[in-house]
Design a protein around this ligand. Structure first.
Ligand code: 4AD
Ligand code: MG
Length: 430
């Protein structure tokens, strides 16, 4: 007899194994009980036959309720009909705890109820599948950057200043000073790029967004690469290779989870570099032709992004937005200074913006002008200006929102299911 996980049973066909697990469902037909078991690594059916086990084991099996915990011992058999491909013939059973009145039953529950029970909801097959895909996306992200000459650098979480505008900052006290939870590690990653060349960060970011949409979280995780001597064009090439790598890697490694999520894979298989590109101006024309006219200089909202994405079968870059509503650090197009060398990457199927990126201003004078225009307290940004004063170079970077990427790849309606414990407007529990 050996301790094993459900994932490992394929290596024990014909042998006896003991598995620590939970019961998630049960069926009985007189002299046989079918136990549906899960252990985090997978799902398996265990069969208890009355005249093959002791009375005690038969009785214990009969008392098991949803989410009761146990050690089950049995012989592994191949079972072509089951999803896992295997089945256990039970020879032993040790109950750890009988769970009574588990709050999440197989019937339908409302979203608020499920969110109140998020700590338990995570156990469901769908939620588990999302978390497995999320973990795999993180692995594929790190794999891409670690094998393409990037160093992982960790920016601070507590900061004295803003990166993405001052309207949604999370304020806190830092002893006697004012501090904010980071909105983006970018400014620090620019300093790191000047020290290490190509760098990326992966960490939590915070935005006190008063918007209650299916794409916004208060706390979300961002991947932020920053690269010295990389211009706008190369920035886009790196983004399309990177996103393609992540999607193709998930397709290869998370087949079963994507099946659990009933994801349409044809659209994901199509995600390969290069990606189509349109300028902000071209996007305005496309929108007008489709009944969504906007004046030049206005930002797109979710409906506009969805309409644009509908015309492409891959993620699409929208480039050269007006400087007026973009971040202070974006480099103006030398041929047309009213637009900036930036791009948002819009995911297909209505999932919206997953990446925001740009070439950065490298001229110290222009940067100082921007501090004034954006009413930023220069004292807090003197260190950032130093990066332009001491050996400035062209450089670019971008930020990929992890949760929107998970929502897209998993095909989920709302980002609340993409993170184990979502922080939403009006939700801090559990
Ligand atoms: O476009 P954003 O605001 O860009 C930045 O923060 C840059 N400083 C990144 C950089 O160049 N290093 O945010 C980047 C991405 C968005 O495209 C989106 O995917 C995600 O972060 N994001 C959010 N995800 C969930 N909830 C929110 N409230 C989000 N805000 C942005
Ligand atoms: Mg953005």
């Amino acid at each position: 007899m050996s301790g094993a996980t459900i994932r490992q049973v394929k290596d024990y066909v014909g042998q006896s194994v003991t598995i620590g697990c939970w019961l998630y469902n049960k069926r009985s037909s007189g002299k046989i009980q079918f136990l549906q078991l899960r252990d985090g690594t997978g799902f398996i059916q265990a069969v208890v036959v009355k005249n093959e086990v002791s009375e005690d084991i038969w009785a214990q099996a009969g008392k098991l309720t949803q989410e009761s915990s146990l050690y089950v011992t049995g012989t592994v058999r191949v079972d072509e009909r089951s999803q896992s491909g295997f089945e256990l013939s039970v020879t032993g059973l040790e109950t750890i705890q009988i769970a009574s009145e588990y709050p999440i039953t197989p019937k339908e529950h409302g979203v608020d109820y499920l969110m109140d029970h998020r700590h338990l909801w995570l156990r469901s097959p769908r939620q588990r599948a999302v978390m497995v895909v999320r973990a795999h996306i993180i692995r594929a992200v790190q794999e891409y950057f670690d094998t393409n000459g990037f160093y992982l650098v960790d920016p601070p979480v507590l900061t004295p200043s803003s990166c993405e505008g001052t309207t949604n900052l999370f304020h806190t006290k830092y002893f006697d000073e004012d501090a904010y939870l980071t909105q983006s590690g970018q400014l620090y990653m620019e300093a790191a790029a000047m020290a290490l060349g190509r760098v990326y960060s992966f960490g939590p970011t915070f935005r006190a967004e008063k918007s209650k949409t299916r794409r916004h979280l208060i706390e979300f995780w961002m991947i932020e690469p920053e690269m010295a001597f990389v211009d706008h064009e190369e920035n886009l090439r790196i983004q399309e290779q990177f996103v393609s790598h992540v999607v193709q890697s998930v397709l290869k490694n998370c087949e079963q989870e994507l099946q659990t999520l009933e994801r349409d894979l044809t659209k994901l298989r199509n995600v390969t570099a290069p990606f189509p590109r349109i300028t902000y101006d071209e996007a305005l024309v496309l929108l007008k032709d489709n009944g969504l006219e906007l004046p030049w200089g206005e930002d797109f909202g979710a409906p506009h992004e969805t309409e644009i994405a509908r015309h492409f079968d891959k993620p699409v870059f929208i480039t050269h937005y007006p400087a007026s509503f973009k971040a202070f650090y974006m480099k103006p197009d030398p041929n047309r200074p009213e637009v900036v060398l930036c791009a948002d990457l819009i995911a297909p199927e209505g999932y919206g913006e997953i990446i925001g990126g740009s070439q950065r201003i490298d001229d110290p004078e222009l940067m100082q002008e921007r501090f004034v225009q954006h009413e930023l307290q220069q004292d807090a940004y003197n260190w950032y200006l130093d990066l332009r004063k001491y050996g400035t170079v062209p450089h670019s970077g971008f930020g990929l929102g992890l949760e929107r990427t998970v929502a897209w790849i998993c095909g989920l309606d709302h980002v609340r299911e993409t993170i184990p414990f979502p922080r939403l407007l009006n939700r801090l529990y559990p």
